[in-house]
Design a protein around this ligand. Structure first.
Ligand SMILES: [Zn+2]
Length: 275
């Protein structure tokens, strides 16, 4: 039996930074990109092997599930967890690039060096730059961030829609769970041009009026995930998944409706900003 070796702080930091405290199994199985309370798990279940490659940040539930030895059903495999982790890392790296490439172009000082002849005109122009002219520019930046938020939301919802179609097929017995997982891994490799932490940041900073609609969407996603998890357990116990299909589709429709509500509220809020 190998001894538990403390994980080096530098290694732990790397794993936390790369995962951004997202659980790769939540992301992989449910497109759930929320920050989780979690722990570092050992991929090979060997606590003496604390190399970065053997570590993965998992939420408490998935950590328990991954480490559980008592279950007779097929548990998450190493391959699956590593693929999910690497796919998450690829996405968070992409996200970091996206977040840092925010539209922070320096604003041009139009009054600089311009000669308007009389001191009076210059004075008026100065007032215009600092006063009436400033809000439109602020509005334009807000509109751009609103459009960025819309794109991220739209792509996230599309990814969820794809996941729903695939999971529906499992519930109908058209796909095995392993085939579904392979498809999810394939899908995770696609260029995913959305960044969940960016969605949250934009809502916090610029669109706090959308917070309630956003929470409501997250609530719908959580409800849908609960059904997906129940289905997974039933599947592992060899039960027919068909009875989950109805509730799952209903949850999916609710989620779509909440997503549409949020996007509509966002569009209205962008319109409000530019008028
Ligand atoms: Zn998880």
């Amino acid at each position: 039996m190998s001894k538990r070796k403390p994980i080096e702080p530098a290694v732990e930091t790397q794993v936390l930074l790369k995962s951004r405290r997202r659980c790769c199994l939540c992301v992989h199985l449910h497109h759930d990109f929320e920050i989780k309370n979690g722990q570092l798990a050992h991929v090979d279940h060997d606590p003496s092997n604390s190399s970065e490659d053997n570590l993965v940040f998992l939420c408490l539930d998935h950590h328990t599930e991954y480490d559980s030895k008592t279950s007779q059903h097929k548990n998450f495999t190493k391959h699956e967890v590593v693929a999910a982790r690497n796919s998450l890392y690829a996405q968070t790296m992409q996200g970091q690039g996206l977040a840092s490439s925010g539209k922070n172009a320096p604003s041009i000082n139009q009054s600089g060096g311009m000669n308007f002849g009389t001191a009076g005109t210059v004075q008026v122009y100065g007032d215009v730059i600092g006063g009436d002219n400033a809000p439109p520019r602020k509005h334009e930046a807000l509109r751009e961030r609103g459009e960025e938020l819309y794109r991220h939301l739209d792509r996230w919802l599309n990814a969820i829609a794809g996941y729903c179609i695939r999971l529906n097929s499992v519930m109908q017995g058209k796909l095995t769970y392993n085939q579904f997982l392979d498809l999810e891994i394939e899908d995770g490799k696609q260029e995913r041009d959305f960044d969940f932490s960016r969605i949250e940041l934009l809502i916090d900073l610029d669109f706090s009026s959308l917070r309630a609609a956003y929470e409501s969407l997250i609530g719908a996603r959580t409800a849908m995930n609960r059904i997906a998890s129940e289905h997974k357990r039933a599947y592992e116990d060899g039960l027919d998944g068909a009875r989950f299909l109805g509730p799952f589709i209903a949850a999916q429709k609710t989620l779509e409706a909440r997503g549409d509500d949020l996007k509509r509220a966002l569009v209205n809020s962008i319109r409000g900003a530019s008028s």
